[in-house]
Ligand binder design. Structure first.
Ligand code: CP
Length: 365
């Protein structure tokens, strides 16, 4: 890609990708979340007078409500929408105009959007901190913070774990973010359990390769289960398929039943970002290894820790270095640059190759 390097400094800390926080900062967030869980009264007025805006262009239960609850439990207030059809988005307002305006009303902007790279786009002009609450099938860093807190509290460690990721590894943004985070801890190994159609995208495999993290791709959940310390089930993401027919061919391939779980270790942890459709049988819910409902509660505490840190902490200033190119040539049809062509043409060099700075896909050649 021809272009010149450009370094941007942001007025406030953002969380677009978990790599925006150092390993030490992530550990500090987890420790703070654990303290908030133990002593919630000590934090109940911490964010009084501060405002969070939650802009959800896509449906959500856990992420939206746990962020809102996090802010309310810290004494702050919440504005926002969960249906862009009720906002001026319905009149054709572009993403960056909406987020620029709302960032002038708030102290932290939490955004979920179906287009990949939307949170990065919002952060370029935002006057306040931006948190990526899920951008298409790309990343979901606060779900990863949730997963890390759950593992550290319930497993007692983030290292030396064999982690099975099962289901829609292609579209599962929680999987992509978790791989980025857990591949940085020593001794972790991934078993990627999916059909060929739902296999992990190349940009996530490149993260594994670059980190030297051991991984293998398999198709049988039953055969993988006995080796696992953690089984991370995922929903087949119907909304991201090109057709109903393509979805029908993939759905119901992986269903965790009580019978399959019997082959798992006694201290296996079963996680799921939720919502579930039918990939975990309801009978599994009563097994003490089923941790997905507790996981969702941990999500609220870690989001309290994140909001507290963004608004009251003194993290080092954040800068990003991009390659500014003459034109966008992102290969991803769902990249935000396809629907918002006014965005600057930024690329990054990551894991030895060029990637779109918004959605991490390779440029078209
Ligand atoms: N895990 C998760 O992101 O759930 P929601 O889609 O309900 O927010």
């Amino acid at each position: 890609m021809t272009g010149c390097a450009i370094t941007l400094s942001y007025p406030r800390r953002n969380l677009i990708d978990l790599s925006d926080f150092s390993a030490e900062e992530v550990n500090a967030l987890l420790a703070l979340a654990a303290d908030i869980k133990k002593n919630p009264a000590a934090y109940q007025d911490a964010c009084r007078g501060r405002v969070m805006a939650t802009l959800f262009y896509e449906p959500s239960t856990r992420t939206q409500l746990s962020f809102q609850t996090a802010m309310l439990r810290l004494g702050g207030s919440v504005i926002g929408f969960d249906n862009p059809g009720n906002s001026s988005v319905s009149k054709g307002e572009c993403l960056t105009d909406t987020t620029t305006i709302v960032s002038g009303y708030s102290d932290v902007l939490v955004i979920r959007h179906p287009k990949e790279g939307a949170a990065r786009a919002a952060s370029l002009k935002s006057k306040c901190s931006v948190v990526n609450a899920g951008d298409g099938g790309h990343l979901h860093p606060t779900q990863t913070l949730t997963d890390l807190l759950t593992l550290s509290q319930e497993k007692g460690r983030l290292t030396g774990l064999t982690i099975g990721l099962c289901g829609d590894l292609k579209n599962g943004r929680t999987v992509h973010s978790l791989i980025r985070a857990m591949s940085a801890y020593p001794g972790n190994r991934f078993i990627l359990i999916s059909t060929p159609y739902l296999a992990l995208p190349d940009y996530s495999k490149a993260v594994l390769e670059a980190s030297g993290c051991a991984y293998e791709e398999v198709s049988s959940l039953e055969e993988a289960i006995p080796q696992l310390d953690v089984l991370y089930m995922t929903r087949i993401q119907k909304e991201r398929f090109e057709s109903e027919e393509a979805y029908r061919q993939e759905k119901d391939v992986y269903i965790l039943t009580k019978e399959k779980l019997e082959k798992g270790k006694q201290d296996l942890l079963v996680l799921h970002p939720l919502p579930r459709v039918d990939e975990i049988s309801y009978e599994v819910d009563d097994d003490p290894r089923a941790m997905y409902f507790d996981q969702a509660v941990y999500g609220m505490y870690v989001r309290m820790a994140l909001v507290y840190t963004l608004l009251l902490g003194t993290p080092a200033p954040l800068t990003d270095t991009f390659i500014k190119a003459p034109a966008h040539t992102c290969s991803n049809p769902n990249c935000i640059t396809r629907s918002e062509p006014n965005l600057p043409h930024y690329y990054v060099m990551e894991t030895g190759s060029e990637q779109c700075a918004y959605c991490s896909h390779a440029p078209l050649r």
